[in-house]
Design a protein around this ligand. Structure first.
Ligand SMILES: CCCCCCCC/C=C\CCCCCCCC(=O)SCCNC(=O)CCNC(=O)[C@H](O)C(C)(C)COP(=O)(O)OP(=O)(O)OC[C@H]1O[C@@H](n2cnc3c(N)ncnc32)[C@H](O)[C@@H]1OP(=O)(O)O
Length: 225
């Protein structure tokens, strides 16, 4: 279904919306490796069986690290990050996006690239901190992954927007600690609505799939278009 399609030829520049932008390549390697270390820390804390002495020493180290970082210069909330993806495609996302933000240690993170068959594709492996039922990925988290892949598919076609409606079907249990494939694409447009579809697969089988209506953000100067 493609009615009144209005894809934006050029990606909107978040600076036109008054948002700060940082290039992914400008993030210090020390910061990205710190984020990776914290991801590993969260997993280690979640599953540790250490004794009181070890736990107390670890708590003191973590508190000291947090104190070092808390007072320093910070990116403001809403700062966007510019990624250069395969083939030179430019993508903007929020720096601390819960699913894909490169400085968010709570994000896996998800990196979506252009798929040869069209749309976007990513591989992700979720550790035990994404657990819902025993040994399985939390359903709310699967919905978050799908939402991100759906929004990014619209964004990749120059139609960034907000999710107005999200439908998720859980087809099979999704295991932890194993490669998952995520795919997404635009299936149609109607005025400001962008229809998108996405799947999560394990071993080639769909474990969860979703569709959404994204409502395209008005570009400055085209309100009501
Ligand atoms: C800022 C600059 C950025 C620049 C570059 C960015 C690049 C980024 C690219 C890519 C990465 C993105 C990855 C993100 C992924 C995660 C996404 C999220 O988590 S989004 C957070 C959760 N969602 C919300 O918080 C929305 C809350 N809702 C709203 O704000 C409004 O309801 C909104 C904007 C969705 C619509 O409000 P209205 O006033 O603008 O528009 P109306 O006139 O109501 O609707 C427009 C059309 O949409 C339909 N519509 C509205 N709500 C619907 C619904 N729930 N279901 C179905 N259709 C709906 C309406 O019926 C209308 O359709 P008709 O043209 O008349 O046919």
């Amino acid at each position: 279904m493609t009615v009144d399609a209005k894809p934006v030829a050029e990606l909107p520049d978040p600076r036109d919306y008054g948002l700060a932008v940082v290039g992914e390549e400008e993030l210090p390697a020390e910061l990205t490796s710190l984020v990776a270390e914290v991801r590993s820390l969260v997993d280690a804390v979640a599953h540790t069986r250490a004794g009181d002495e070890e736990l107390s020493a670890a708590r003191a180290s973590v508190a000291e690290a947090a104190a070092r970082l808390r007072g320093g210069p910070r990116h403001e909330i809403g700062t966007m990050v510019r990624h250069i993806r395969d083939g030179g495609r430019v993508e903007y996302g929020t720096l601390t996006n819960l699913v894909a933000g490169p400085t968010n240690a709570a994000a896996p993170p998800l990196r979506l690239d252009t798929a040869p068959e069209g749309g976007l594709r990513a591989q992700v492996r979720l550790n035990g901190t994404y657990q819902g039922p025993p040994g399985l990925v939390h359903g709310g988290w699967l919905a978050a992954l799908l939402d991100q892949a759906l929004g990014a598919a619209a964004g990749a076609e120059g139609m960034p927007g907000l999710t107005a409606h999200l439908d998720v079907d859980y087809r099979r249990p999704t295991p932890l600690n194993t490669p998952l494939e995520i795919t997404s694409r635009v299936t149609g447009t109607e005025r400001r609505k962008v229809f998108v579809a996405a799947e999560i697969r394990h071993g080639g089988e769909v474990t969860a799939e979703g569709t959404a209506v994204m409502v395209r953000i008005d570009l400055p100067g085209e309100e009501g278009a």
